[in-house]
Design a protein around this ligand. Sequence first.
Ligand SMILES: O=C(O)c1ccccc1N[C@@H]1O[C@H](COP(=O)(O)O)[C@@H](O)[C@H]1O
Length: 208
Amino acid sequence: MGSSLFIKICGLSTARDVDTAVVAGADAVGFVFAESPRRVDAATARRLAERVPGNVLTVGVFRGQSVAEVRELSRAAGLRSVQLHGDEGPEYYEALRPEGWTLIRATSFRGAALRCGELGEDHLLLDAPAPGAGRPWDWGDEAFVAPEGSWLLAGGLTPGNVRAAVRATGCWGVDVSSGVEASRGVKDPVLIEEFITAARSAAVRSGE
Ligand SMILES: O=C(O)c1ccccc1N[C@@H]1O[C@H](COP(=O)(O)O)[C@@H](O)[C@H]1O
């Protein structure tokens, strides 16, 4: 992962889009198992994940699903990470920890400062209240307190706003789905490339 911005491209469902993201330099690719127009089944995710080199994290995205379902789908797809949207408690993370997956807790900013790791997650993802809808939230507002630790910014990011968003928040990583789509659920390879290029150009985390 190194010290550069961590970039995740989410909601992938075709080999073309997975290959585009990997070649363009994504650090992670996401496959949605939650209710969504981007939803894929485990066999599709496995076929796509098998194309991904070991230095790129393969992430399953879930929302309000049981530990058993998360376990079954992620194992079947051979993924290395799970992203959990929902209000799961620490016992949920504890139950998944033995699988060895990188655990990403997705939530929204509700006014109180958050700390990455407080429920047992490896990374925290701050998203809009409605995930996957392409709507930005007030990350630039003075009331926003950036979490401690390795946290990703998501929610309405695009090639046009990602650079400013990274600079405004000092986030450790970014995650995008709608902002690299030609229409809902259909990725645009050119937008994927533009997003990664724009995000990389921000590269001003403290210490760099
Ligand atoms: O993509 C979805 O449909 C989805 C459904 C349920 C939970 C999460 C989902 N996607 C995640 O939403 C964010 C940001 O999306 P966007 O760029 O605003 O469209 C991202 O973390 C996706 O993984």
